[in-house]
Design a protein around this ligand. Structure first.
Ligand code: KG4
Ligand code: ZN
Length: 366
């Protein structure tokens, strides 16, 4: 039979995204229209919404054009219902509902975070089997999620304050590291430019939340800020001193992720004998850690090569060489509509002709 074709629409944050994906996992198009918020401090919801209002229609049109399709080829529309900013979500939702109603096709309302977590089923050569772990590290999230099924998710750890991406951005600014595309990427390359004078362990920042089931990045951010101020600011520091701070930050930021991964996946050891032996803290997933064979790390920070190595080392260190660790292509682990269209295929049974549903700004993934 002919593969089904779904148009996906995503507008939860500032990127306007549209994509066409077939039920046999072909991404016929995936268009992302970005907004430039570099001149303001963060994203203003009304500005973001206004930009979606201008960008969503043409983004959808070019997704169809790039797929060489017309509206009559579409079997259903999948759209992000939440979580996100109501004013942004509404633009994509109205577009999706209007198209679906006009074409008399079903609509599938998708949870943005579930779509992120399901992406490896689309991108991985050997798709992970449930249950698998997703580590989502971006400017918006720092999450460890257990995916048990297409609509069954459990948050194992989230951040109590800032995201890891935020921390990379703030520290890059504190250290006055010039950046072109992403501050975090610039910080990573700055760390890698080592010289003979480098003393790798001369400086270290504490790793908070050790043994806890949450992440925290605000303490690390201010520890770096204080350290830099104490040195008289970035201009009073040598390149080598700034590099030491950057490296110490990067190591501490990644250590939290290593810690949580180990807490979830460390094999449960027999507790016979030495009763005094300290049992390492764990994250109880409700399933045997040994049944998890796959960890997928995605989001903007997943581009970091240092992090990639450290996570592999952490898994090997707890004797989990059997766990496959993968990093999907960046274009599909940062915000995009291909993951929404693909989730629409997986959630085909949830399709509806109810074109009245509104956005859900706060919507738990569980
Ligand atoms: O997923 P993403 O593109 O956007 C959203 O958060 O919505 O993530 C962006 C974040 C930024 O904080 C950026 O500085 C960070 O990912 N980032 C990196 C690297 N590349 C991007 N952080 C560390 N190392 C990198 N190589
Ligand atoms: Zn996202």
């Amino acid at each position: 039979s002919k593969p089904r074709i779904i148009l996906g629409i995503e507008s939860s944050c500032d990127d306007s995204c549209a994509s066409v994906v077939t039920s046999d996992k072909r991404i016929l198009s995936s268009i992302v229209t970005r907004q430039d918020h570099s001149h303001t401090h963060g994203i203003h919801p009304l500005v973001a919404a206004l930009n979606h209002h201008s960008n969503i229609p043409t983004t959808i049109a070019s997704a169809l054009a790039h797929a060489n399709l017309t509206h009559t080829d579409i079997d259903a529309v999948a759209v992000t219902q939440g979580p996100g900013m109501n004013s942004s979500l509404g633009v994509g939702l109205t577009a999706a509902k209007t198209l679906a109603a006009l074409l008399d096709k079903p609509i599938i309302y998708v949870h943005h975070m579930q779509a992120h977590a399901l992406t490896p089923l689309l991108t991985e050569q050997i798709p992970p089997r449930f249950p698998f772990l997703t580590l989502l590290v971006s400017g918006g999230h720092t999450l460890l999620v257990l995916a048990r099924g297409v609509s069954e998710f459990q948050i194992l750890a989230t951040t109590t304050d800032d995201s890891i991406g935020d921390a990379f951005d703030k520290v890059a600014r504190d250290l006055a590291i010039p950046w072109a595309h992403a501050p975090g990427a610039a910080l990573e390359s700055f760390c890698a430019q080592s010289s003979d004078a480098a003393q790798p362990d001369a400086l270290s920042f504490p790793v908070p939340q050790k043994g806890k089931t949450s992440f925290s990045y605000s303490g690390l951010k201010s520890a770096v800020t204080r350290h830099v101020q104490h040195q008289g600011g970035p201009s009073a520091m040598t390149d080598e001193q700034r590099r030491q701070v950057a490296q110490a930050f990067q190591a501490a930021a990644c250590a939290q992720l290593e810690d949580k991964l180990a807490m979830a996946l460390r094999p449960t050891t027999a507790t016979t004998g030495a009763a005094s032996r300290r049992v390492p803290p764990r994250i109880d997933m409700g399933v045997d850690p040994l049944s998890i064979k796959s960890v997928v790390c995605s989001g903007g920070v997943a581009a970091n090569a240092f992090l990639r190595t450290r996570l592999r080392t952490a898994l090997d260190g707890i004797d989990r060489r059997d766990v496959q660790l993968s990093f999907p292509p960046l274009a599909l682990c940062t915000d995009n509509a291909a993951m929404i269209a693909f989730a629409g295929h997986l959630l085909w049974h949830q399709r509806t002709n109810d074109y009245t549903r509104n956005s859900r700004a706060k919507w738990s993934v569980e």
